[in-house]
Ligand binder design. Structure first.
Ligand SMILES: [Zn+2]
Length: 86
């Protein structure tokens, strides 16, 4: 996860049944995050902090993850210069 952020994608948080926009370097990282969330192994977690959601890796906050909708996805891509990956 140290490489440059290249893609933004909606990942599904099974606990809350909500999608969040995550920006990572490659599809491998997306798979790792999604797999971790699906299996609740606590490697990755999405926590609510006041009115924002944060992606946490092993207890360390990694990035703010907006709820997945078209406006937020477009906003994130503009902000960090990523491309949409499905
Ligand atoms: Zn990666």
């Amino acid at each position: 996860m140290n490489s440059k952020t290249k893609i933004s994608v909606c990942i599904q948080h099974p606990k809350t049944n909500t999608g969040y926009v995550v920006s990572v370097c490659c599809p491998k990282c997306i798979t790792a995050i999604q797999t971790s969330l699906n299996s609740s192994d606590n490697e990755y977690e999405i926590i609510q902090f006041k009115d924002i959601h944060v992606l946490v890796k092993k207890g360390i906050p990694k990035q703010v993850v907006p709820v997945c909708n078209e406006a937020n996805v477009n906003g994130i891509m503009k902000l960090v210069g990523t491309e949409l990956s499905s």
